[in-house]
Write a protein that binds this ligand. Structure first.
Ligand code: ATP
Ligand code: MG
Length: 450
């Protein structure tokens, strides 16, 4: 299957496998239209120009484990990365155009205050300086470069000897030995591999900025995501100024943490109390909304679930979900129809999590069901109530994790009632000012909240 290095080969953009000829469908991962041509550079062959004898230098494992993480001073970023950046790791930061990737990268390196080489092939050094001035970044240790040839970048690295290297962005960096254009699969793969080798051998951290495709994935080979240690995505909703930093892969920490920022003219400000932000424009006493205390990693965040049920104008009713898994929503609608008699077959159903958050926590089930039923009945849910619980196929409400943190956050934000699973009631003392009500089924929950 794999070819000798002198011939043109075809690389799968999705699984990274190599083939001797082009296929419409990748024989390995069965994805369509993912193969692209790749001509390996002629000068290659030996490992980085060294003889095989020279390449092997063994190190003791026990000596490797005492590395200290580099803190950026931005708590939201450090938490998402699992407690700071690990020296010798490669981090990929992706996001839509103009979302604030370069801003965040500059703020991170400024906060770290370590010798840094910021390679910006996308912007000129003057443009970078303008941004740095706007953000108030004046680090002595920050070196900037407008280089975009990988060999020259690595040469600059050997001169500056940075602890952090920022490459903004990987799509603009290229290797002259390759025939393809910057941003192509083969260029990204090759440059990514060279950066990885350099960072692992020399122990500096590489922060690579990556563009995303219109489907929302980081452009280039999926292999790039396999290659790096940490993958961060910056997301945002055009309607709001806040940005969400999400970790989708982390070899050295948890992946369920999110960081929340507010975009201002002076850069990204950390949002220390996200619940207040997400509930800021909440309307009370309105049918079709419910409040759910979500756990984003180690932190509770109150979010508003909105639902709209309306008569379908076309043959097939629409199901639309923002921030909620559409298949989970289909299951919850089936439970509502079968167990509670809410006929949904003739209605369009729209569900939206306010603020652009995405939730996969099954503890949100009861709040979603309640919001949909509230819109369908055109009846508002009891005031100042948070709703928590996983819903089973029989319409039962199942217990959830981290109930205490969820209830504490609800109390802190002034909520006075909580509907929680009966299973979570054992030995439970309600926080002061909060009345908790344990329910076994969705019917029981509805009797209480409507
Ligand atoms: N003076 C300003 N006041 C407020 N916000 C600003 C200002 N200048 C820039 N911004 C914000 O910063 C964003 C651009 O940030 P940045 O250049 O870091 O994004 P990016 O993700 O790196 O973009 P690209 O994909 O083009 O590289 C703008 O979309 C805007 O929201
Ligand atoms: Mg940028």
């Amino acid at each position: 299957m794999a070819q000798s290095s002198s011939k043109t080969i075809f690389l799968c953009n999705s699984c990274g496998n190599e083939f001797s000829k082009w296929h419409g469908q990748c024989p390995a991962c069965r994805e369509w239209g993912t193969l692209s041509e790749f001509s390996p550079p002629k000068s290659r062959g030996k490992t980085n120009g060294r003889s095989p004898r020279e390449t092997v230098q063994l190190k003791s494992l026990s000596r490797q484990s005492n590395r200290k993480r580099i803190l950026s001073g931005l708590e939201e970023v450090d938490r998402v990365m699992g407690g700071g950046m690990l020296p010798g790791s490669m981090i990929l930061l992706g996001g839509q155009p103009g979302i604030g990737k370069s801003t965040l990268a500059l703020q991170i390196v400024s906060g770290c205050d370590q010798t840094t080489l910021y390679v910006s092939a996308e912007e000129s050094e003057e443009q970078l300086a303008l941004r740095a001035e706007r953000l108030g970044v004046t680090s002595e240790h920050l070196h900037v470069s407008g280089e975009n040839e990988i060999v020259n970048i690595l040469e600059q690295v050997s001169v500056v000897r940075p602890l952090i290297l920022v490459v903004d962005s990987i799509q603009t960096v290229y290797n002259e030995d390759l025939d393809s254009l910057p941003g192509s699969v083969s260029q990204i793969r090759d440059c990514g591999q060279q950066l990885l080798n350099a960072c692992k051998q020399n122990g500096f951290t590489v922060l690579v900025v990556g563009h995303v495709t219109k489907e929302g994935y980081i452009a280039g080979p999926k292999m790039l995501e396999h290659m790096v240690d940490t993958v961060l995505y910056m997301e945002g909703d055009e309607r709001y100024d806040h940005r969400i930093l999400r970790c989708t892969k982390n070899r050295f920490g948890a992946t369920n943490e999110v960081g929340i920022f507010h975009m201002t003219s002076n850069g990204l400000d950390e949002v220390t109390n996200p619940s207040e932000l997400f509930l800021a424009e909440r309307t009370t006493n309105t049918a079709g909304t419910s409040i759910f205390p979500s756990m984003e990693g180690s932190r509770p965040i109150l979010v508003e679930v909105q639902a709209l049920v309306s008569k379908a104008n076309f043959g097939t009713p629409q199901r639309n979900a923002n921030g909620v898994d559409i298949r989970r929503l289909a299951m919850l609608l089936a439970v509502l129809e079968k167990r509670l008699g809410h006929i949904m077959g003739m209605n369009d159903v729209f569900v939206n999590l306010v603020g652009g958050l995405k939730i996969q926590d099954p503890a949100a089930d009861l709040a979603i069901v309640a919001a949909v039923a509230s819109s369908n009945k055109d009846m508002a849910i009891m005031d100042e109530t948070v709703i928590i619980g996983e819903v089973g196929l029989a319409g039962e409400v199942r217990s959830v994790a981290k109930i205490d943190q969820r209830l504490q956050e609800a109390t802190a934000l002034g909520f006075t009632n909580a509907v929680i699973p009966k299973g979570n009631m054992k030995n439970k003392k309600a926080p002061k000012g909060l009345k908790i009500h344990g329910v076994k089924t969705v019917q029981e929950a509805f009797k209480y909240i409507f």
